[in-house]
Design a binder for this molecule. Structure first.
Ligand code: FAD
Ligand code: SIN
Length: 557
């Protein structure tokens, strides 16, 4: 890997994002291709490094890909694409073998790979490396990427916009890098920009998860699917001032109990599987329990009690959770952990086939930003890291077109960018939007609240369109724009993330208002039933929302 200082004007392939999906894609691409790995923060920033519970793979003797397929389809509540799931579960062994070969140190028991149980899995099939599985995978992938001379890292570079040629093919991305904006051309552009948890006030996701890939793809006209389906994880640390640090489901898998305000194991009042019921069920159970029992439900929490798990096991399996809780004043050996649900995983995304191809030629998507069809309306725990790897591996077959060469660029120096005066207005939207979305499109949704939020977001979209920065960042492909004021980059970054969040909020709210039933991660208090006539996908192109044909018994009808 080389680190880029002066941005090249073209690569054979540009990969945007350096989580598990982007790193594995860069490694899987044929070695003769010149690959630009563009990422908006440090190389190791993203949800992947934060993954705790592990990676699902049906490779134990008592397990089978068929059982994994069944569990995934059941969790997906009628909206999985069975062929995509079949592809996922049957390629799991190859992905795991490759990770082990590259040096990922999964935990072992009696020499064999150790497996844990997570909610809605019928077998213990989640491989782990203590409670920092994501870090173990990402650090190994980074070691491999660093050793590859064809991969050129462009870190702290923000992908702003995509561009199509006259034939409709995606061929360029504009990038904000070192206080400059310029276009990079490529024969293929791969979006691996992760999820969008930052759309909600309470989230387990890192700050980079602002739905950028979905917003960029939407603005270029790509087909999107099922954006209303967001998974809320039941157990995020809830201590005043602390981020919503995830307390892995594996903790419940190892036996921890959910306790209510009076020490009651209330989860069984909502589902026979209690704390190991599907995630959406447990999150809603906590939400409803607090609504009925707490004085201030919006700021209340329940508890996760680990006292039933042997201390030695807690120390071995959850060292990072012990450390993070201690940092926020919770000693998990002597007291239960205060927890509440938080936005965690976005099932919807950019439609792709099993070759990661989107509806736009030349544009590919992988990882959480994509909608491959494997998660349906609700993701089975620990299937997402697996999806990143299995689908990214498909890029080994990619044959990108030759990138169109750009004429020699002229540098346009902008002395006064005048972006500072718009900074405050953007900050207000950036602060208010996640609160609005948490209230309107969070765990429980209803029409009147969604409609109000849609109107507010439309107002923000108009405000953003009218900003001076909107014009400023429209860069001609033959130019490089260089800003003299060192603060301009910070202002444009805030602008770009806010614009992406506002666009994505618009799409999530409209999708949630459109689907008048409850299913998987989407729950409507005014339409509580799951309805057969809604066993369809929500498909979006531009402002057109439509349903896919009815899906019958897991097949496309
Ligand atoms: P990410 O890892 O989020 O990477 C996205 C990358 O894109 C980042 O490098 C980011 O900086 C970059 N980027 C974004 N926008 C831009 C832009 N505009 N320009 C340039 N770069 C950009 N899943 C499991 O299967 N098992 C687990 O145990 C598990 N635990 C989890 C725990 C936590 C706390 C969280 C938040 C998620 C967990 N998940 C788990 C989900 C899983 O981690 C993610 O779905 C998966 O890692 C997503 O990988 P990704 O590569 O698509 O995105
Ligand atoms: C967890 O460890 O609970 C998260 C697992 C996942 O999101 O797949």
């Amino acid at each position: 890997m080389t680190s880029v200082t002066n941005l090249p004007t073209q690569f054979d392939v540009v990969v945007i994002g350096s989580g598990a999906a982007g790193l594995y894609a860069a490694l899987s691409l044929p070695g003769h291709l010149r690959v630009g790995l563009v990422t908006k923060a440090k190389l190791r920033t993203g949800s992947s490094k934060w993954a705790q519970g592990g990676i699902a793979a049906a490779i134990a003797p008592m397990d089978s890909p068929e059982l994994h397929l069944q569990d995934t389809l059941v969790a997906g509540a009628g909206l999985c694409d069975p062929l995509a799931v079949d592809f996922l579960v049957n390629n799991a062994r190859t992905a795991i073998d490759h990770l082990v070969e590259m040096g990922v140190a999964f935990d072992r028991k009696d020499g064999a790979l150790a497996m844990t149980l997570e909610a809605a899995h019928s077998r213990p099939r989640v491989l782990h490396s203590a409670d920092t599985t994501g870090k173990a995978i990402v650090m190994t992938l980074i070691e491999q990427v660093v050793a590859r001379p064809n991969i050129h890292l462009v870190a702290q570079a923000f992908a702003l916009q995509l561009r199509r040629d006259e034939a409709g093919r995606c061929q360029g991305v504009s990038v904000l890098y070192e206080n400059k904006i310029q276009w990079i051309n490529a024969g293929a552009i791969i979006l691996a920009t992760g999820g969008g948890g930052q759309i909600f006030a309470q989230t387990t996701n890192p700050t980079v998860s602002t739905g950028d890939g979905v917003a960029l793809a939407w603005r270029m006209g790509a087909q999107l699917r099922d954006l209303e389906f967001f998974q809320f994880h039941p157990t995020a640390l809830t201590v005043p001032g602390a981020p919503r640090f995830l307390i892995s489901e594996a903790v419940r898998g190892e036996g921890a109990h959910l306790l209510g305000l009076k020490g009651d194991r209330f989860a069984f009042d909502y589902h026979p599987d209690g704390e190991l019921a599907p995630r959406d069920v447990v999150s809603r159970a906590i939400f409803n329990y607090l609504a009925d029992n707490a004085d201030d439900p919006a700021n209340a929490n329940v508890y996760l009690d680990l006292s039933v798990i042997p201390e030695e096991k807690i120390r071995r399996r959850f060292p990072n959770i012990i450390r993070m809780c201690a940092e926020w004043g919770v000693d998990i050996f002597s007291e239960p952990i205060p927890i509440a649900p938080a936005a965690h995983y976005w099932m919807g995304g950019i439609v792709t086939d099993t070759d990661c191809q989107t509806s736009i030629p030349g544009l590919y998507a992988i990882g959480e930003t994509s909608s491959t069809g494997v998660h349906g309306a609700n993701r089975l725990a620990s299937n997402s890291l697996l999806e990143c790897l299995v689908f990214a591996a498909q890029l080994a077959e990619l044959q990108p077109k030759n990138p169109e060469s750009l004429p020699k660029k002229t540098v346009l120096q902008i002395e006064k960018s005048n972006t500072a005066q718009e900074f405050e207005q953007l900050q207000i939207i950036r602060e208010q939007l996640p609160k609005l979305l948490w209230q309107s499109a969070g765990i429980c949704r209803e029409q009147a609240v969604l409609d109000e939020a849609i109107a507010q977001v439309a107002d923000w979209q108009t405000q953003i369109k009218e900003l001076h920065i909107t014009q400023l960042i429209q860069v001609n492909p033959e130019q490089i724009i260089q800003f003299s004021d060192p603060n301009t980059e910070t202002h444009i970054r805030l602008y770009a993330e806010t614009q992406n969040l506002v666009d994505v909020a618009h799409l999530i709210l409209k999708s949630a208002a459109w689907r008048t039933e409850s299913r998987g991660g989407h729950y409507r208090t005014d339409h509580r039933e799951t309805l057969p006539e809604w066993q369809t996908h929500t498909l979006i192109e531009g402002e057109t929302f439509r349903r896919s044909p009815l899906i019958v018994d897991g097949e496309k009808g």
